[in-house]
Design a protein around this ligand. Structure first.
Ligand code: HEC
Length: 89
């Protein structure tokens, strides 16, 4: 799933946790699809403009990529983002 790869490669997981479980840096996103107040528009604005502690991604994500990220965050059986391609030891 494209959104899962973006989530990993754009560093979302660094703050929100590799499995969307949240970290000290940022809230969990795992339950976001159940939050009725979190419309696609709000999610998209948060990603485009950032928040108080979240950086904006307006410059680094295309509209299509944002839609893919939203689809990923909204999916019911969310695929686990593939592990980063670590250099072979
Ligand atoms: C530097 C840490 C950081 C990164 C990187 C980051 N976020 Fe965030 N994010 C936050 C913080 C902190 C919040 C809470 C609101 C605020 O302070 O902006 C947040 C809030 C959100 C929210 C709203 C959650 C809610 O329930 O209100 C969404 C959706 C979100 N982030 C998605 C993403 C996506 C998608 C990416 C990758 C493109 C990403 N974030 C990257 C720190 C981060």
């Amino acid at each position: 799933m494209a959104g899962a790869v973006l989530y990993r490669d754009k560093g979302c997981g660094f703050c929100h946790g590799a499995s969307l479980e949240g970290t000290k840096k940022a809230p969990a996103l795992a339950e976001i699809r159940k939050q009725k107040a979190m419309t696609n528009e709000k999610i998209s604005n948060q990603i485009l403009d950032g928040g108080t502690k979240m950086p904006p991604f307006r410059e680094s994500l295309s509209d299509e990529e944002i839609q893919q990220l939203i689809a990923f965050l909204r999916s019911k059986n969310r695929p686990v983002p593939p592990p980063p391609a670590a250099p072979q030891q």
